[in-house]
Ligand binder design. Structure first.
Ligand code: AHR
Length: 328
């Protein structure tokens, strides 16, 4: 630990972490285990719900190794209680810094206060919390999800600019209560509400997973006639929905136009194949920036309160051009 703890004690604490975080999807510890100056980070991940999440986990783990930061990693299996348990365990272990991607926005004040009282700084990555007291965390690194929703809406407005007919939209929302689900919904709605021809005829959570995306889309197809557009809050749900659409004898990308968010490789492949029409990028490669911020925070340096990830959008033509070099 940072000028505080020997490698021997660290090994003991790592064993305790594995024991105390059981049921949270498992905790692992990796890194250089370095000398006196080394930093130990406790990282609580949302889960492994999507291709985006898998790429994000890899980015965090690889970057910790490259930065010489010892990483204690736990997977919360999309459960807030597991994340709270993991954070408490990191506090007990006196890690130098805690980073986490909060599964939902609400309900973090108590545990964040505990970290603050223990003088352990916290960095939010990927997703925000709705705590009024922003002193509970040092910085928030991640995408602007409202902007992502707006970009999805802007493409739709442009795509249908020449029609006056109603456009029936179904929406597959991300995990209920999560920042990306709340914000992608709000940003999209804000843009399309200017024109009354756009109607969201059904909207339900697919929990950011492929299986749920398929299941909910099957239900939409049965209950909702004349679907023109699917807006899925991530690629995985969109890919599950494509299976449902094909299963119903319809052609994804043509009979039903599809907009998704993320731009992971499988999503980009479906975009290049014409099954998805437009993808808004959400980058999971947050690891290098997270480690830089962590080093600064531990040294007591000032960091910006908000670090927004740079992102783009992809049409079908653009997907064909970049597919072979896509990292994740
Ligand atoms: O928080 C980022 C979102 O979480 C991604 O868009 C989604 O795929 C993931 O599960």
């Amino acid at each position: 630990m940072f000028k505080r703890i020997s490698a021997l004690v660290l090994a003991g604490l790592t064993a305790m972490a594995v024991a105390s975080c059981g049921g949270g999807g498992g905790t692992t510890s990796a890194g250089t285990g370095g000398g006196d100056d080394s930093i130990t980070m406790g990282f609580s991940q949302v889960g492994a719900e999507s291709g985006w999440r898998t790429a994000n986990t890899k980015s965090v783990q690889d970057s910790a190794k490259n930065a010489g930061i010892t990483l204690k990693f736990s997977d919360a299996q999309q459960k807030q209680e597991n994340q709270i348990k993991a954070i408490r365990s990191y506090i007990q272990q006196k890690v130098d810094i805690i980073a986490f991607s909060p599964v939902v926005e609400s309900g973090w004040d108590t545990v964040l206060k505990e970290a603050q009282n223990a003088k352990i700084p916290v960095i939010l990555t990927d997703r925000a919390v709705d705590s009024k007291d922003t002193s509970l965390y040092k910085t928030f690194l991640g995408s602007d999800f409202i902007e992502e929703g707006k970009k999805a809406g802007q493409w739709l407005v442009e795509e249908y600019k020449d029609t006056k007919d109603p456009v029936n939209i179904v929406e597959l929302q991300g995990t209920t209560g999560s920042a990306p689900a709340n914000d992608r919904k709000a940003g999209f709605a804000e843009v399309i509400q200017a024109d009354t021809k756009f109607k969201i005829v059904a909207s339900q959570t697919g929990d950011f997973t492929r299986a749920k995306g398929k299941e909910v889309m099957e239900a939409f197809l049965k209950s909702t006639p004349d679907i023109d557009v699917l807006y899925a809050h991530n690629d995985d749900m969109g890919l599950g929905a494509i299976e449902a659409i094909e299963g119903a004898g319809k052609v994804p990308g043509k009979d039903i136009k599809i907009i998704t968010v993320d731009a992971v490789k499988d999503g980009m492949q479906a975009l290049a194949d014409g099954k998805i029409n437009f993808i808004v990028e959400c980058s999971p490669l947050l690891g290098p920036q997270l480690m830089d911020l962590a080093k600064k925070v531990v040294k007591g340096e000032q960091v910006p309160a908000r670090v927004v990830t740079e992102e783009t959008t992809f049409t079908q033509e653009q997907a064909k051009q970049v597919l072979s070099t896509r990292q994740y």
